[in-house]
Write a protein that binds this ligand. Structure first.
Ligand SMILES: CC(C)(COP(=O)(O)OP(=O)(O)OC[C@H]1O[C@@H](n2cnc3c(N)ncnc32)[C@H](O)[C@@H]1OP(=O)(O)O)[C@@H](O)C(=O)NCCC(=O)NCCS
Length: 179
């Protein structure tokens, strides 16, 4: 029912419309947004879902990932994830995340965080970040601050502030030597 493909520049307008519809203007005030502004999403992991044939074919889902530092360790932040209202609860969101998380692991990422509804994200292996372990650059409901290890044990010694990667730091190199 859904084709999931890598996000391309020409999808931008449809994605913005979907995000406006799904989150409203409040999306720019979220703490996670502080980690997106001035950051560059990971192109290999951002995807869109398409549905329909011919002139009915349209963008119905969007998922993005961002590079972040978790204390001194490189990681990813998942989100936003949005699916067109009429096509929700048909497996699109979970499928997009399963595909992207498998690709993230293949690319060498070990940790993913997000801020979102725990009952949903536990379906793809996320759990709550222990209080005090990581701090976000603004207020976050602790029950919605979640992580997933792509490499077992990768979260054990992680602590500190969640930040955008420094522009002068070679994030790929950090990723390659992260334990
Ligand atoms: C959240 C969202 C991306 C889910 O996408 P989707 O394609 O409908 O989800 P899926 O079909 O893959 O999964 C559906 C399952 O997740 C559950 N689910 C969906 N959203 C949920 C939520 N917020 N909390 C708990 N469970 C949720 C459904 O009940 C369904 O459960 P079931 O399989 O037991 O019936 C979509 O509802 C959406 O775009 N919402 C508005 C934007 C948003 O809130 N994004 C996520 C930020 S937390």
């Amino acid at each position: 029912m859904f084709d999931v493909i890598p996000e391309q520049p020409e999808h931008a307008a449809a994605i913005e419309a979907l995000l406006d519809l799904s989150f409203g203007p409040g999306r720019y005030a979220k703490t996670a947004q502080r980690l997106r502004e001035g950051n560059i999403a990971v192109p290999e992991l951002c995807s869109v879902a398409f549905c329909g044939e011919g002139e009915n074919r349209r963008t119905v889902g969007s998922l993005r990932f961002w590079p972040v530092m978790l204390g001194s360790r490189p990681g990813l932040m998942l989100g936003p994830l949005a699916v067109e209202p009429a096509l929700r609860s048909k497996g699109c969101g979970i499928r997009m995340m399963d595909l992207a998380l498998a690709e993230a692991k293949r690319l060498g990422y070990k940790l993913v965080i997000l801020v979102g509804d725990m009952p949903y994200y536990t379906k793809v292996g996320f759990g709550p970040v222990a209080p005090g372990k990581l701090t976000m650059p603004g207020p976050v409901d602790p029950a919605r601050f979640l992580y997933r290890e792509l490499d077992i044990g990768a979260f054990t010694n992680v602590h500190g502030a969640v930040t955008k990667p420094d522009a002068n730091v070679d994030f790929e190199a950090l990723l390659a030597c992260a334990d």
